[in-house]
Design a protein around this ligand. Structure first.
Ligand code: ACO
Length: 151
């Protein structure tokens, strides 16, 4: 598997990006401000992430998604490890990621990759998303913010 930057915004895989965030306007804003990377295998795009500058010290993985047929094969972990290296090489001090209170698998993965919980933004999803989101039988209401210190 190869991970390469997608520099042409038109080439960004919106179908995959929308798996991570159903709001297309928000995704387009990430693409405008961020660096998009794709994971390719035999020429097919199987995963994507977008890294944004939250501040001069903090990078954020704003969006990460793996093709539904290829999830749970370790591709998401490889993308996060790549994002950590890219953020380090850009000189950031911390890397952050945010997800919903109901995203149990994502919370597990991010902590396995060295992120720890920093904050909860109460009612973020119920306030900002029109349609209710439910996963694992839990209403997605709050955003959990996680952070990892970079060396
Ligand atoms: N409990 C414990 N561990 C779990 C659980 C759980 N419920 N669910 C998953 N995991 C662990 C797995 O055991 C595995 O750990 P391991 O590496 O130690 O074996 C890890 O989480 C899964 O790792 P990967 O296989 O690398 O993950 P995958 O390739 O499926 O990618 C991703 C993860 C990106 C979340 C993918 O499932 C996806 O695209 N989901 C839909 C979109 C999405 O939700 N994106 C994230 C939104 S938040 C944001 O974008 C900032």
């Amino acid at each position: 598997m190869e991970i390469n930057q997608i520099t042409d915004r038109e080439q960004a895989p919106m179908d995959l990006l929308l798996l991570a965030d159903p709001n297309q306007q928000i995704v387009e804003n990430y693409l405008k401000d961020g660096h998009c990377y794709g994971a390719y295998q035999r020429g097919s795009l199987i995963g994507v992430y977008v890294l944004i500058n939250k501040s001069s010290e903090i990078a954020e993985i704003a969006n990460i998604a793996v093709h539904p047929d290829r999830q749970n094969e370790g591709i998401g972990r490889k993308l996060i490890e790549h994002a950590i290296k890219v953020a380090e090489s850009m000189g950031f001090e911390h890397i952050e990621i945010g997800t919903g209170n109901s995203s149990l698998g994502q919370l597990a993965l991010y902590q396995k990759c060295g992120f720890s919980m920093q904050a909860i933004i109460k009612d973020f999803f119920t306030d900002h998303y029109e349609d209710p989101i439910e996963e694992n039988g839990i209403i997605c209401r709050d955003m959990i913010r996680l952070s990892k210190q970079l060396t």
